[in-house]
Write a protein that binds this ligand. Structure first.
Ligand code: NDP
Length: 288
């Protein structure tokens, strides 16, 4: 007999999560602000609760996947959470997650925060490699490990309820930086007779080859405090190369606005650091 699960929120993500618990045989109670969004799931075996309070009362494990932190406050306003295990998969900031953990504790609930590193089509598809960062109550995480691992993988990152959101936002921030670089690269070739589809595998292969080693190298240097590079591409050489990138952008009629801020940080680091360093010193310049 699988443990009962309650899920609040049947948006694109909540609906994808719900199906995996149903498929795995967990008794599932759902609630959504707009009740009609539960209809398909009810025909697949879920129970639709009349309100959020009734949904919460149905299971000790209560999973919330709503739009934002404000919608979590709105949905659970006045609901009795005493003795509940509340798992909040709504995307928030670290500070919002910590405040929500304190809010749950005041109401007598154990709290686990989650950051979903997957899009709905990856949910229930183990080969897709999606997972959820979890932080907060370790007891809750361990007690409900089986149910939590049903939709996607799980990665527990600590007792601080804000750490899941922090890991989530850090990874997505790096992704947006990468998207910025990709946009600039496509803009450079855009006016030429170059097939973007022929260019794409070159670009994605290059990103994959560069990303892994540079991330590991940066981590090792941050830990040791020694930013000296043992490879040939030192900071002095890389700063000397920046005008080539800026001139090429100008030649191609492409705005340098995405790449220029990073080049400026590289030059600032060279001014205060050493030319023998790697690019790791840029991290320190970003700390306000
Ligand atoms: P949707 O926009 O599809 O769904 C939003 C959900 O929030 C709906 O159930 C909606 O109810 C509900 N909601 C909004 N405001 C309120 C409110 N004031 N009170 C009660 N319920 C409210 O979003 P997703 O399902 O895609 O996303 C849910 C969470 O998952 C978000 O935090 C998102 O960042 C996160 N996430 C989503 C990913 C994705 O690719 N979709 C990827 C990773 C994380 P109603 O139906 O009544 O409008």
């Amino acid at each position: 007999e699988k443990s009962p699960v309650t899920l609040l929120g049947l948006g694109a993500m909540g609906t994808a999560l719900a199906r995996t618990w149903l498929d795995a045989g967990h008794p599932l109670t759902v609630w959504n602000r707009t009740p009609s969004r539960a209809d398909a799931l009810v025909s697949e075996g879920a129970k639709a609760a009349d309100g959020a309070a009734a949904a919460v009362a149905a299971s000790s494990l209560v999973i919330v996947c709503l739009l934002d932190d404000a919608s979590v406050g709105a949905a659970l306003d006045g609901v009795d959470l005493t003795g509940k295990d509340l798992v909040n998969l709504t995307t928030t900031t670290p500070a919002q997650a910590r405040a929500r953990a304190a809010w749950a504790a005041e109401r007598g609930a154990r709290y686990l925060d989650g950051g979903i590193m997957a899009v709905p089509p990856m949910v229930g598809v183990p080969e897709a490699g999606g997972y959820v960062f979890y932080s907060g109550s370790r007891e809750l995480f361990e007690l409900h490990q089986e149910a939590l691992a049903v939709p996607v993988g799980t990665v527990y990152v600590g007792e601080d309820a804000g750490f899941a959101a922090l890991h989530d936002v850090a990874l997505l921030s790096a992704m947006y930086g990468m998207f910025g670089g990709v946009a600039h690269a496509f803009a450079l070739i855009r006016r030429e007779d170059i097939d973007p589809s022929a260019f794409a595998p070159l670009l994605s292969g290059w990103i994959a080859a560069m990303a892994g080693p540079s991330v590991l190298q940066t981590a090792a240097q941050l830990k040791s405090g020694d930013y000296t590079t043992d490879v040939v591409s030192n900071l002095a050489m890389q700063v000397a190369g920046t005008p080539t990138f800026e001139r090429t952008a100008a030649e191609q009629g492409v705005s340098p606005e995405l790449i220029q801020p990073y080049f400026e940080l590289m030059r600032r680091r060279l001014a205060v650091g050493s030319g023998e360093e790697d690019l790791t010193g840029v991290v320190d310049l970003l700390l306000k």
